[in-house]
Design a binder for this molecule. Structure first.
Ligand code: PLP
Length: 361
């Protein structure tokens, strides 16, 4: 029997979450953001669940090829555009749309030979200060692009730094609107947090984390509040139990000490499976669908969980590290991420290659 740790990708939940973006985004079309191998889910494994989106947005040209290889003929957008001039050849060949965020990318386009003009998303740096033309340079870039025979339609894009938080998006929307007022072209502003929290004029929205059932503004709101469903489950089984006496410690560094007689279970899952080592004692888990907590340090291949309230649990009991548990139970990845002082994005992206992944409902 293989080691019992496994991940499940939930096709129906992916489809449900795309539907949520659609419902929240008015009549905007929805990019399913599948960068980072579909946030760790695997592009091929997530594709069926995400195919009700209007297009796929990603970064890596090899990932774009994988989406085309799945038979997707609709729009694909390279969110960072091309990294070198010859990337444009693949864009022409596969009909990829691409971001244009700097003058060099315009130069490459101007020198590119293509039969088919490219659809481009011109990116404004409206305050994030990562990629894009500053507002005062945006019109010049727009005019230059529009004059190129290599360019078809130009769409207008920007990215928010604080859509999930108190600062919000107003300051960036104001900058964007002032600089684009009289420019023709479709608008693409909102990421997941903006889709959920801010009503904006978009022709396209970029639905990343929301598609994968994690709340971008957790703990202010959770997935129940936003009606999202977990799309990745990490689960395993108990492979041993121990009964601790008062004063007994658990695991490396003896970071946990029992104060009473206490049963614990040993789970076949550790940081080499992608479970965060930083999760302290007390991190939530489900054992046979019942909420419990971790005990002691997470080691490479194992971790311990409290069985004090679970007298029936034993060898073979199912442990849900995050995602969907037995009988419709749920442990949001956001709760585990918070315990590890990070965000759901990082945990899903870090699912380890050694974990077998299955696709189901
Ligand atoms: C990753 C990314 C997104 C998606 O962000 P989420 O917070 O996951 O929705 C949107 N736009 C750009 C430019 C990105 O890089």
């Amino acid at each position: 029997m293989p080691r019992p740790v496994q991940a499940l990708i939930h096709t129906a939940a992916l489809a449900h979450n795309i539907g949520r973006s659609r419902a929240m985004a008015g009549d905007a079309r929805v990019w399913a953001v599948v960068k980072a191998n579909a946030y760790g889910h695997g592009i091929e494994r997530a594709f069926e669940g995400l195919r009700s989106a209007d297009g796929f947005a990603l970064l890596d040209l090899a990932e774009a090829e994988r989406v085309r290889a799945l038979g997707w003929r609709g729009p694909i957008l390279l969110l960072e555009g091309c990294f070198e001039p010859r990337d444009l050849e693949l864009c022409s060949r596969l009909g990829l749309w691409h971001a244009v965020h700097c003058n060099e990318q315009i130069n490459w386009l101007a020198a590119h030979k293509t039969q088919q003009p490219h659809r481009v998303f011109l990116k404004m740096n409206s305050g994030m200060n990562r990629l894009g033309f500053r507002p005062e340079a945006f019109r010049g870039a727009y005019t230059r692009l529009n004059a190129l025979p290599q360019v078809d339609e130009v769409s207008l894009m920007t990215h928010f730094s604080d859509a999930d938080g108190a600062r919000g998006v107003k300051h960036q929307v104001a900058v964007f609107e002032a600089a684009t007022q009289d420019l023709m072209g479709e608008r693409c502003l909102s990421n997941s947090a903006a889709v959920l929290r801010h009503t904006l004029k978009n022709d396209w929205v970029r639905a990343g984390i929301v598609s994968y059932g994690s709340a971008p503004d957790f703990p202010e709101h959770d997935i129940v509040h936003w009606n999202l469903q977990p799309t990745m489950t990490l689960r395993s089984k108990l492979i041993a139990t121990q009964t601790l006496q008062p004063g007994d410690t658990v695991g490396y560094g003896s970071s946990y000490t029992a104060t009473t007689t206490q049963r614990i279970g040993i789970v076949a899952c550790g940081y080499a499976d992608g479970y965060p080592r930083h999760c302290p004692s007390g991190t939530p888990v489900l054992v046979d669908g019942v909420r419990s907590t971790t005990v002691g340090r997470v080691s490479m291949d194992m971790m311990a969980v409290d069985l004090a309230a679970l007298p029936a649990a034993g060898l073979g009991s199912e442990v849900t590290l995050w995602g969907q548990g037995p009988g419709g139970t749920i442990l949001s990845i956001d709760e585990v991420a918070r315990s590890a002082a990070t965000i759901g994005y990082e945990l899903m992206c870090a699912l380890a290659p050694r974990v077998p992944v299955h696709v189901g409902d």
